[in-house]
Design a binder for this molecule. Structure first.
Ligand SMILES: Nc1ncnc2c1ncn2[C@@H]1O[C@H](COP(=O)(O)OP(=O)(O)OP(=O)(O)O)[C@@H](O)[C@H]1O
Length: 593
C-alpha cells in the first residue's frame, strides 16, 4: 500500500507570525530611518544651491565675504548631513542585529525540526540566509530603497530649473530604470538557479565529509569529486552567465551616466546662450540630475544583493511556515510511563510506503518490551514513533493517556530516554553529554553513569567526567560511545526509555552492564523498550514483540512468544531448522531472515 503523506511541497510565502512580530518591534527604527532619509535628501540640495550662489552671486559681485559666509554655511550643512548619515547607518545596523536576535533561535530550532521531518533537507543554509538578510538590511541596498522615494523631488527641482533639464533628467532616470529591469530579467533566473545548485553542492560535500573515512578507504573519492564537480560546474556556468550580463549592464549604465552628465552640461550651455538660464544653473542642473539618478543607480549596483536577500528571505519564510513554532502548552506532571499504541500506521519522512501498518500495544510502568524482527521490519520506525520524533500517519501513540504529539518537546524530553541506532555524542565533556547539556548536576550524572555501568570506564578516561569528547564523540571508541549514550538516555530516570540495538557495539562486559541497567530501570518503575538483533538481551524483558514487514507478527509475554519459536509450525516464515533450535538461536535466525 502506497500512501501519500499530507505534505505540501509548494513554498509557503505567507509572512510567518514571528517575522511579522520581529518587524513590528523594529518598526520605530524604520520610521526613524525614513525621517533621517528625508533630512539627508533635503541636505543634498546644499551643493547645487552653493554652486548656484557662487556662480550667480559671488562671481558677479566678486564679494569674498559672501563667498566665505556661503562656504561656512555649506560646510556646516554638509557636516550635519554626514552626522545624519552616520546615525542612519547605526540605526540600520541595530535593526539588523535586533531582527537577527529575534529570529535566530526560532530558525535554529526550525532547522532541526525540518531535519527530523525531511532528513534530505538537513542543512545549516537558513543560518546563512539570516546573515544575508541582515547584511542587506545594513548595506547600501536598503538605503537605495529609502532614498528612492526622494528622487522625484530632485526631478521636480530639475524641471523648475528648466523644463528641458527636467525632461533630460526624466529620460535618464527611465533609461537607467529600464536597464535595471532588463538586468533583473536576464540574471534573476540564472542567479536563483545558481544559488539553489550551490546549496545542493555544499550539502553534498557536507554529507560526503561525514563519511570521509569510508570514501577514502574504498577509493571512492574521484567518483564523489566528479559528482560534486558536475554541480560546481553548473554553478560556475550559471553565475558566469549572470555576471556577464550584469557586467554588461553596469558598463552600459556607467557610460550612459557620463553621457547624460555631458548632455546636461551641453544643454545648460545652450540654454545660457539662449539666455534662458543663468550660468550657475548649468552646474546646479548637472548636480541635481546626478542626485535624481543616484538612487536608481544604487539599486542597479545592488541588484544582486537584493535578489540574494529576497531569495534568502523567501527560503526563511518557507522554513518558518513549514515548521510552526511549538504552542505554549501547560506544564504536565511527570508521566508514570504508561504507553499505548493504537493501530499505528507510520510513513518515514520522504517515503510513500508505510513502515508500520497498524501496530497496537500497551505497556505498564516498569514493563520491559523486547522488539525483534528481520531487517527493515519497522523496528527503528517504531522507536521513533514511540518517542514522538516521527508523526503517525494514522492511529495514536499515548504516554499516560496523552497523545505524544500534544506534549511540548522541551518539557517531554527530560522524561524520555532514547538511544538511537547511530549513537551521536556532541562537542562537550562526558558529563555535559550525559546530562544532555543542562547544568551539570554531578550527583545525577554519576548516578546515571553508575546505573549504565559506565562509571569506572569514565574514570579511566584522561580527565574523567571532564574529558572533552569532540564533535561526533570521535575521541571515544564505538563501545564507549554507546555506553555514554546509554547513561545519557538514563539520565534523571526518564519514565520511558527506548533503545535501538543498544548492544550493537558492546563487549560481554558492556552487555552485562546493559542487562543490569535494564533490570534496575524495571525495578525503578521505568518503562523500557529495547530493540535487538541479539537474543542475549531478551532474558530481561517481560514482553516480546515480533515485527515483520511493519506488522505485528507476535506480541505477548516473553516465554510464550519465544516458546512459539520452538514449534516450527507456529512460525511458517522462519527457516525449518529453527524448529529444533533453542529459543535464543531461533530468535537469532529470525533476525537474519
Ligand atoms: N528515513 C527514511 N526514509 C525513507 N524510508 C525509510 C526511512 N527510514 C526507514 N525507512 C524504510 O522503512 C522501513 C523500515 O525501516 P526501519 O529502519 O524501521 O527497519 P528496522 O526494522 O529498524 O531495520 P534494521 O533492523 O535493519 O535496523 C524500511 O523499508 C526502510 O526502507
Amino acid at each position: 500500500m502506497a500512501l501519500q503523506p499530507a505534505m505540501n511541497n509548494a513554498p509557503n510565502k505567507k509572512m510567518p507570525p514571528e517575522l511579522r512580530l520581529a518587524l513590528k518591534k523594529v518598526r520605530g527604527a524604520f520610521i526613524a530611518t525614513a525621517a533621517f532619509s528625508f533630512f539627508i535628501n533635503l541636505l543634498l540640495f546644499v551643493s547645487p544651491l552653493y554652486m548656484l550662489q557662487v556662480y550667480d552671486r559671488v562671481l558677479t559681485s566678486r564679494s569674498v565675504p559672501t563667498l566665505v559666509m556661503l562656504t561656512i554655511a555649506a560646510f556646516g550643512a554638509l557636516g550635519v548631513m554626514a552626522l545624519l548619515e552616520w546615525m542612519r547607518s547605526r540605526v540600520l545596523v541595530r535593526v539588523g542585529v535586533r531582527l537577527d536576535e529575534e529570529l535566530n533561535g526560532r530558525i535554529f530550532s526550525s532547522i532541526f525540526k525540518r531535519t527530523v521531518n525531511q532528513p534530505g533537507a538537513a542543512s545549516a543554509q537558513p543560518l546563512r540566509d539570516l546573515d544575508t538578510v541582515r547584511e542587506f538590511l545594513t548595506g547600501a541596498g536598503l538605503l537605495a530603497l529609502f532614498d528612492g522615494p526622494w528622487a522625484p523631488l530632485f526631478l521636480a527641482v530639475a524641471f523648475l530649473l528648466h523644463p528641458l533639464i527636467g525632461l533630460l533628467s526624466l529620460f535618464g532616470m527611465v533609461l537607467v530604470l529600464v536597464l535595471a529591469l532588463a538586468n533583473n530579467w536576464f540574471t534573476q533566473k540564472s542567479l536563483k538557479r545558481a544559488s539553489d545548485v550551490s546549496t545542493s553542492a555544499t550539502g553534498y560535500v557536507s554529507s560526503s565529509l561525514r563519511n570521509g573515512e569510508a570514501l577514502t578507504a574504498m577509493g571512492m573519492l574521484p567518483q564523489i569529486r566528479e559528482r560534486w564537480a558536475l554541480r560546481h560546474r553548473a554553478v560556475l556556468g550559471l553565475q558566469g552567465r549572470a555576471s556577464d550580463t550584469a557586467g554588461m549592464m553596469l558598463s552600459i549604465s556607467k557610460t550612459l551616466r557620463m553621457a547624460l552628465q555631458s548632455a546636461v552640461l551641453g544643454l545648460g550651455a545652450y540654454l545660457v546662450i539662449e539666455n534662458q538660464i543663468s550660468a550657475g544653473m548649468i552646474i546646479a542642473g548637472s548636480i541635481i540630475m546626478g542626485r535624481a539618478l543616484q538612487p536608481v543607480e544604487m539599486a542597479v549596483g545592488n541588484w544582486r544583493n537584493m535578489i540574494n536577500a529576497k531569495a534568502a528571505y523567501g527560503r526563511l519564510t518557507d522554513l518558518l511556515n513549514s515548521t510552526p513554532a511549538d504552542r505554549d502548552t501547560m506544564p504536565l506532571p511527570r508521566p508514570a510511563g504508561r504507553v499505548s499504541l493504537s493501530q499505528v500506521v507510520a510513513v518515514p519522512p520522504g517515503s510513500r510506503l508505510p513502515a508500520l501498518r497498524g501496530v497496537s500495544l500497551n505497556l505498564e510502568p516498569g514493563e520491559v518490551l523486547g522488539v525483534i524482527g528481520p531487517s527493515a521490519a519497522g523496528k527503528s520506525t517504531l522507536a521513533r514513533v514511540m518517542i514522538g520524533v516521527w508523526p503517525t500517519f494514522q492511529g495514536s501513540v499515548r504516554l499516560d493517556g496523552s497523545d505524544i504529539s500534544h506534549w511540548d518537546r522541551s518539557l517531554l524530553g527530560p522524561y524520555l530516554g532514547y538511544l538511537p541506532q547511530d549513537v551521536e555524542l556532541f562537542d562537550g565533556t562526558v558529563a555535559e553529554n550525559i546530562c544532555r547539556f543542562t547544568e551539570v548536576d554531578p550527583d545525577k550524572v554519576i548516578e546515571a553513569a553508575t546505573k549504565a555501568g559506565v562509571h569506572e570506564l569514565i574514570q579511566q578516561l584522561p580527565e574523567g567526567y571532564n574529558t572533552p569528547i569532540g564533535a561526533g564523540g570521535q575521541t571515544l571508541s564505538g563501545g564507549q560511545r554507546q555506553r555514554v549514550a546509554l547513561a545519557r538516555a538514563m539520565y534523571d530516570s526518564p519514565s520511558l526509555v527506548v533503545m535501538d540495538e543498544p548492544n550493537a557495539s558492546l563487549d560481554a562486559e558492556g552487555e552485562a552492564a546493559l542487562t543490569a541497567a535494564i533490570r534496575a530501570m524495571r525495578e525503578n518503575g521505568q518503562t523500557v523498550v529495547v530493540i535487538t538483533h541479539k537474543p542475549s538481551l531478551l532474558s530481561v524483558v517481560d514482553k516480546v514483540l515480533v515485527l515483520r514487514g511493519g506488522l505485528v507478527e507476535m506480541l505477548g509475554p516473553r516465554d510464550e512468544v519465544l516458546a512459539k519459536f520452538t514449534r516450527p509450525t507456529a512460525v511458517p516464515t522462519a527457516p525449518a531448522s529453527a524448529g529444533s533450535a533453542a529459543p535464543a538461536a531461533s530468535v537469532a535466525s529470525l533476525s537474519k531472515a
